[in-house]
Design a protein around this ligand. Structure first.
Ligand SMILES: NC(=O)c1ccc[n+]([C@@H]2O[C@H](COP(=O)([O-])OP(=O)(O)OC[C@H]3O[C@@H](n4cnc5c(N)ncnc54)[C@H](OP(=O)(O)O)[C@@H]3O)[C@@H](O)[C@H]2O)c1
Length: 168
């Protein structure tokens, strides 16, 4: 499956566990809408899933370590399943984060391509520590830091495509 995540230009994917992601650029929102409508379904870590708005026309399923009913903040619910089950059932799904479940999927070899959408001009500077829980430097153990392809979408977005490190 492919991973689709947003990042600030200083490399953060969230300001914390309950970020509403309002900081991403207009270009990022358009590209997310476009890519997430191609292939599917969308898979999200249970924490992200709980806070995601409804995405018209797209199925969004929660990833959890233990299969169980996961409840959304709007009180709707869905069956959450482990990444192993979802990856074998939906090999063309997009994993849309967050960081914790994305790192787990990478370590298990389920992600074959990452699309990192960098919002140009957006700096989060959430903390001084470069090794923040939500910093993309945590990906470089699994993916080449240097993108295999870079696409610019107007003045506000650059999409970097990365491939896994062989044997990583
Ligand atoms: N930049 C982006 O594109 C992007 C994308 C998504 C989310 N976000 C932001 O990221 C934040 C949430 O991300 P997060 O990293 O804290 O959480 P997350 O990855 O969304 O969800 C964490 C949950 O995933 C489940 N999980 C599945 N396998 C796991 C494993 N092996 N180890 C640990 N957990 C596993 C666990 O749920 P159970 O406890 O149910 O097992 C865990 O609580 C929010 O602020 C959100 O807005 C950013």
């Amino acid at each position: 499956m492919k991973l689709l995540m947003a990042a600030s230009i200083d490399g953060y994917t969230a300001t914390g566990p309950n970020d509403d992601m309002s900081w991403t650029s207009e270009g990022d929102k358009k590209v997310f809408r476009l890519l997430s409508n191609v292939d599917g379904p969308l898979l999200a870590g249970s924490r992200t899933w709980r806070h995601m708005p409804v995405l018209p026309g797209r199925a969004l399923l929660p990833i959890t370590r233990n299969p169980r009913i996961v409840t959304h903040i709007d009180a709707t619910a869905a069956i959450g399943e482990p990444i192993e089950t979802l990856a074998s059932r939906y090999p063309f799904a997009w994993h849309i984060g967050g960081m914790q479940s994305a790192l787990d999927a990478m370590s298990k070899g389920f992600i074959h391509e990452i699309h990192l959408c960098r919002s140009i001009g957006v700096r989060l500077d959430v903390e001084d520590n470069f090794h923040s829980k939500y910093h993309i430097s945590r990906f470089w153990k699994f993916f080449n830091m240097k993108p295999v392809r870079t696409m610019r979408f107007g003045p506000t977005l650059e999409v970097n495509v990365h491939w896994p490190i062989r044997g990583g």
